[in-house]
Design a protein around this ligand. Sequence first.
Ligand SMILES: [Zn+2]
Length: 594
Amino acid sequence: MRQAGLMALLALVCVGCGPRRSNILLVTLDTTRADYLGCYGRQVADTPVLDSLASGGVRFSRAFSPVPLTLPAHASMMTGLFPWEHEVRDNGLYRLGEDTPLLAELLAEAGYWCAAVIGAHPLVAQYGLSRGFQVYDDDLRSSVNPFDYPERPAFEVTSRALAALQSCPSGRPLFLWVHYFDPHAPYGKPRGALSGYDVEVARVDQELGRLLTGLPKGRWAVLAVGDHGEGLGEHTEATHGDYLYRTTLQVPLIAFGHGWGHGEVRDDAVSLVDVFPTVLAMAGRASPPNSGRDLRRRQVSRPVAAETIHPLVRYGWPPLRSVEYRGWKLIQGERMELFRTEKDPKEEEELSRAYPDTLAALRALLPPLPSVGQTAPLGPRDREALSALGYFPDAGSSIPPRDELLEMLEQGNRLVTEKRWEDAYEHFSAVATRDPGNLWARMGVGTCVAAVGDLATADSVFRSLLDTHPLYLPALQNLAMVRLMLGDDAEAVRLHTAVLEIMPSDMTSLEALAVCLRQQKKYPESLSAYRRLAEARPKDARVLRDMGSLLAYQLRDRNEAARLWRQALAIDPRLPQRREMEREMQRWEAPGSQ
Ligand SMILES: [Zn+2]
């Protein structure tokens, strides 16, 4: 998009009549490193839309995520609380507590019409962020990434967001949250001077331009913000979640439009927890108690803290905590790393021995260590890792070298995405041999042997995993899959039921349960599982189709079956098995049929 045209478009967005309170657009840019945008200094970047928002609004040059993981970081934006306060500390294993007030809920109370369109599985409604939204579009059926999280591309996210706005009532201010996931690994093909990662950032930027162009006329304020960055090989980290360096903690944050300055760059340290009180203030609503600050005012110097318990949950290693304050940063795991970030922003020179007083002062500002009860998939190894860290913070000798093992695991993950199961197996099993408590390595071994059809070995790998981590949902689900492939429906049902006892909102297990129960000829039980699914995902045509089939063929309720099939076809006219359903319904209507 041409710069001049874009500025005209942005002018259109921020003036006009509309309600007295401005509409608010919150754009969350998954896995987007600040320094990969043109406005943050990247020469080759192709990000004209974000650059224009920055030059016409306020750009925060030191914005940080409190956790380099999608769900916990978004939970912080939506609650104004740090992960150790809202207690959603990793993807897939936690659900936000019902009594924690959410941004959209408070905006809805204040008269806003709230809609969200999300781009990937970590944020689907089951994890608790959908309260308050009239529309929460988390339909990922068009998933383009079968080996990682289900996700959908930016083009579709923008189209769905524009479609959602069609249903908004007139006369009410709007809050629209749009989540773009494309820059998350795996990346696309490089293009010219752009890396594959740059290309995906550029695609999001382009789609953001299309979204802005399509917004209804009125007065808008826009906040565009990253949830965390990406290692891209720096500090030996390819992606994010395992470390707390600036590569994954620093995020872009740009505010534009009604109520914001023009062409301002702010260098005070801010955190994603600030999004919550800022948006509420923009909407003219008072905030409940939270840990954020209103970003419209410059912040006095404050410690910026972060954590990741991902190493504990995945590998059984001590979690990491960090704090950055007045130009210094401390990262603590089994060892301590001190960096003078104001002079060494890339965090290359470790200074803990040279500055013991600074180190001690920063240690006092670290966030609290997770207590044993707060780590979901807890096993004995986790307890050990935590207590070692809690009582003997400097004694990390029993922890294997993270960098080396993580590199092998990263390679294993990559080989899995290429379906090179045997090669991936070599990497995972080498790590599991050196570090027997490593959950991820053992999961990798189980997944690879299952993929090549060695179900007996897969079965014993997942079982031994559950001996040490009885609440680890992915292991329960994988074992259920293996049991089903071995023809043991009953055990698959038991395992999916166990998952649903731990995480009642887990849609993967609920759907699998409905299918298994049907196979076991437990039709009423299968129907009730489908009913729960349809209640949680009323727009999921596939679920309506399958529930209809159960009613048609097993429960002999043709009226109800036809109603569900028609509903499914209205939602998705290109649904597979459409012809069979239509033929069947015609047959039922034919004279003499019953
Ligand atoms: Zn993310």
